[in-house]
Design a protein around this ligand. Structure first.
Ligand SMILES: Cc1cc2nc3c(=O)[nH]c(=O)nc-3n(C[C@H](O)[C@H](O)[C@H](O)COP(=O)(O)OP(=O)(O)OC[C@H]3O[C@@H](n4cnc5c(N)ncnc54)[C@H](O)[C@@H]3O)c2cc1C
Length: 459
């Protein structure tokens, strides 16, 4: 990696000849826009931003970069939270957002083939007329390529699985410029090694994804949402464990701590009860079946001391609820202007969920920091946004985050539930993967011997 080089004028001229003047920039503002993501990791500018339009263009750029040992970092919507698309070694930021076409829709097979720069919200708008949707939803307006590369999850993963679970096949430009296809349109396969799964979550370190075939799901006919409030975090998180253990399959099961409810109330002018809360959604084909499930959930909630249980809210109210959930990040930013957020993202086996939430709250409070907790509880996933201003507070936030990650690993969990490794989680990879990490390094070396693809990330 130390042999990676800085771009010179001849390199820039070559890239401009590939993508044309309008899709090439060395302008200050574009370099700045591609120097960061949504995390607090230090910014680093690329030397040039390129916007390819086709797989052939990507291949020409990558082939040249490989021959000249120029770093390339794929960049999409830049909504990552672990520094994943920050071009830490400079070089090329390969902005994929102009490759945003739907290439094929196969409604009869519940499948769609897209270019990676399409964002999932636009995809879902266009799929409505077919009665289909792509379920993963990270809240931020992320692209399909960025979601595949980070294996994004979000609120609906408990029912529908991760982004990776929806990927049937991929077209990828390898670091030597070769274009390969992996996977098929069959719903299941036992053929060969599963390269699709290798590229899923590879964070742009093994190649550039240029086409994605996704499995889709029929739009559910009925929705029902529940808001359940408790006196204590322990009661709320125990209810989550019991729901999952009982085999219930809500479409979302989110934990939100009191302080976040307060902040969202202020930000969205809402009047939610200010207490540890669960947002739960059920989807299905008939209202009667949903009501049965909700009655069971109600019993569980009351058995755990639930203080208020509002069920059966209609589609409009349910949309308002998710709008509130999605405004968590903005609500925190607005309430604490000028402060930075250190975002915690761990996941544990479901029975350990109450313990990781208790531990995280204690790890943050004992350092006299503010860090309200929330998460995709049904998936054993916990987030907290630990706030800091001074370098001392930043060091304490990092210390608290490290303690939480080590606790998650002690409990049989993972350092990153859904945001990926990026820069922020690299230091935990040895502990999480042990001897397997060396095998991962060999795989990276096999694909990318010159280390040009998103250097400094993941492993
Ligand atoms: C408010 C907020 C809430 C969020 N909530 C969630 C959540 O609930 N769940 C969740 O999972 N995430 C969440 N995220 C994180 C983020 O939205 C996801 O990680 C998302 O997948 C990033 O997609 P992107 O298009 O922004 O990609 P980027 O951030 O631009 O890039 C992500 C990674 O993918 C690589 N990449 C991009 N395109 C390609 C390509 N074509 N080929 C190869 N590599 C590529 C990049 O190099 C980088 O490593 C949240 C973010 C924000 C800001």
């Amino acid at each position: 990696m130390s042999t990676l080089k800085t771009l010179n004028n001849a390199d820039l001229e070559f890239f401009q000849s590939i993508v044309s003047r309008e899709r090439f920039s060395t302008g200050e503002s574009e370099l700045d826009l591609h120097a960061h993501d949504e995390s607090g990791h230090p910014s680093q500018r690329p030397s040039v931003v390129l916007w390819p339009l086709s797989t052939q263009e990507v291949s020409k750029i990558v082939t040249y970069a490989n021959e000249h040992k120029i770093p390339i970092t794929p960049y999409a919507a830049g909504t990552s939270l672990e520094g994943n698309p920050i071009p830490v070694r400079g070089g090329i930021a390969l902005d994929m957002r102009k490759m945003d076409q739907i290439l094929e829709v196969h409604p009869q097979d519940l499948q769609v083939m897209v270019q990676p720069g399409l964002d999932f919200k636009t995809l879902n708008d266009k799929l409505k007329k077919h009665g289909l949707f792509f379920p993963p939803d990270p809240g931020a307006t992320a692209t399909i390529g960025g979601m595949v590369a980070n294996n994004a999850k979000g609120i609906r993963a408990i029912k529908y699985g991760s982004t990776g679970d929806q990927v049937l096949s991929l077209e990828v430009v390898l670091p030597n410029g070769q274009i390969i296809k992996c996977g098929t349109r069959a719903m299941r396969t036992s053929s060969g090694y599963d390269l699709v799964r290798l590229f899923v979550g590879s964070e742009g370190t093994l190649g550039v994804i240029t086409e994605v075939t996704l499995r889709l799901t029929g739009l559910p006919r009925e929705f029902m949402a529940v808001v359940a409030c408790f006196d204590s975090v322990e009661q709320a998180t125990q209810t989550v464990v019991q729901m999952v253990q009982a085999g219930l399959t809500p479409a979302a099961l989110e934990f939100i701590d009191t302080e976040i409810i307060q902040l969202v109330n202020r930000f969205k002018k809402m009047t939610m009860r200010e207490a540890p809360t669960l947002f739960i959604e059920f989807q299905g084909s008939s209202r009667v079946a949903l009501e049965d499930e909700i009655n069971f959930v109600k019993e569980l909630c009351h058995g755990n001391g639930c203080k208020s249980f509002a069920a059966g809210v209609g589609r409009e109210e349910r949309d308002r609820l998710w709008e509130a959930r999605y405004s968590v990040h903005e609500s925190i930013k607005t309430a604490y202007p000028g402060q930075h957020g250190y975002v915690v993202d761990v996941a544990v086996p479901i029975s350990a969920y109450p313990e990781i939430v208790r531990f995280a709250n204690e790890a943050i409070a004992s350092r006299k920091l503010v860090g309200p907790a929330f998460g995709h509880a049904g998936e054993g996933n916990l987030h907290a946004e630990i706030l800091y201003v001074s370098p001392r507070e930043q060091a304490l936030a990092k210390e608290a985050n490290n303690a939480i990650v080590h606790k998650a690993l002690d409990l049989g969990g993972t350092a990153t539930g859904e945001h990926g490794v990026g820069i922020g989680k690299r230091e935990f990879m040895q502990r999480e993967h042990g001897a397997s990490l060396e095998l991962m390094r060999q795989i990276k070396n096999l694909f990318d011997p010159n280390g040009i693809m998103n250097p400094g990330k993941k492993i």
